[in-house]
Design a protein around this ligand. Structure first.
Ligand SMILES: C[S@@+](CC[C@H](N)C(=O)[O-])C[C@H]1O[C@@H](n2cnc3c(N)ncnc32)[C@H](O)[C@@H]1O
Length: 350
């Protein structure tokens, strides 16, 4: 397909296959977005000359070509049937776990070791976790980058065919703001996968040496977060309504709102319900504090618990010595597919 685009003194004549057209269209879009003149008249001239130097034509010519390309039956971004861009760029969302470098999965560590470019949330992912990365890998702390800036980095990775490790604390599926990144990657035709990780709520339970599901006490775990300006919790999921279940409850992102959150929880949990704060679980700075919910904050300097703190509330956290009920799973009289009962009780699937 032949394309001719003209503006000012620049003329572009190109003859390209459909695949090439798609790549060109993506490239022009990227270039125009990166060198955007929106609301920036002051730097317009600089953008013009910079664009010309980098892309080899004026911005008007590029826009005109882009319009022409986009008017064709194929429109960018276009990806091949398996959603892989020709450049071979790939992004792995990796759950780093709660912070201890040996709590990342083997798959996560392998992806990190293969990455050319590593994006990590420095406020939550300790640098120690990056010990699995190649020494020459480019490392970018995303703490200071907004989504648009992160997308620009992905776009560059797409152009340069880079393997990217996007490292999230805990498990990426939980409060990772990954959905919007994945959407941008799909739009750019960049392939991605997700490597799960050890979430901080299970790491916190491990720190306490506790099980969150106890037979006859509670068999449900609720994961929620303190409401934030950026991500308000929907009304239907307000803390008091979740507390009404009196199940095991894990509150993420709530270190700076402990008093308000605990007041909500006490609307339904009895004040003697076991509770704990765990800060930076599994990291050298780990701290934990356990007490009945009604007294949890007594004597605490709240400002010290504002960051990277998990609040766990659960009747299951009671001392195991107080247990009235035990699971029948390991009861000698209980049979299932993999174990015979001592006294011949009927099998049940597990
Ligand atoms: C943005 S969320 C990320 C959660 C993460 N995706 C996970 O699965 O653990 C950050 C919150 O997770 C909790 N968190 C993360 N790492 C933690 C740790 N090592 N110890 C205790 N809480 C942690 C804190 O509540 C923190 O405010």
């Amino acid at each position: 397909m032949k394309l001719i685009a003209q503006a000012d003194s620049s003329t572009l004549v190109v003859e390209l296959s459909s695949e090439q057209l798609a790549v060109l269209s993506n490239g022009l879009l990227n270039a125009l977005e990166l060198m955007s003149d929106a609301n920036d008249m002051e730097h317009d001239h600089w953008f013009d000359s910079e664009f010309h130097a980098r892309v080899g034509c004026s911005r008007q010519a590029a826009r005109s070509l882009l319009n022409e390309v986009q008017g064709l039956p194929l429109t960018a971004p276009v990806s091949s049937p398996n959603n892989k861009r020709e450049s071979g760029a790939h992004v792995s969302f990796i759950g780093a776990g709660p912070g201890a470098p040996d709590l990342i999965t083997r798959r996560g560590a392998k992806r990190l070791a293969e990455a050319d470019l590593i994006l990590y949330a420095g406020s939550l992912v300790p640098e120690a976790v990056l010990e699995h990365a190649r020494p020459d890998a480019e490392k970018l702390n995303t703490a200071g980058l907004n989504l648009t800036e992160q997308v620009a980095v992905y776009r560059r990775a797409g152009r340069e065919g880079l393997k990217v490790a996007r490292v999230h604390s805990g498990d990426p599926a939980i409060y990772g703001a990954t959905a919007e990144q994945m959407r941008a990657l799909r739009e750019m035709g960049i392939d991605y996968d997700v490597v799960p990780g050890v979430s901080s709520f299970t790491a916190s339970a491990a720190t306490l040496g506790a099980e969150l599901t106890r037979p006859g006490v509670t068999q449900t775990i609720i994961l929620t977060r303190a409401s934030g300006r950026a991500s308000p919790v929907p009304d239907a999921e307000n803390l008091a309504s979740l507390a009404a279940h009196r199940a095991s409850l894990c509150v993420f992102l709530g270190g700076s709102q402990l008093e308000a959150n605990i007041a909500e929880l006490l609307k339904h949990y009895p004040p003697e319900t076991p509770a704990a704060l765990i800060q930076r679980a599994t990291q050298p700075e780990e701290r934990r504090h356990a007490a009945p919910l009604g007294q949890l904050l007594e004597g605490l300097k709240l400002s010290e618990w504002a960051l990277t703190t998990m609040l766990l509330v659960s009747p299951a956290l009671a001392d195991p010595g107080d247990m009235q009920e035990v699971s029948r799973l390991y009861d000698p009289a209980y049979a299932h597919r993999f174990r015979r009962a001592e006294k011949g009780e009927a099998s049940e699937p597990e």
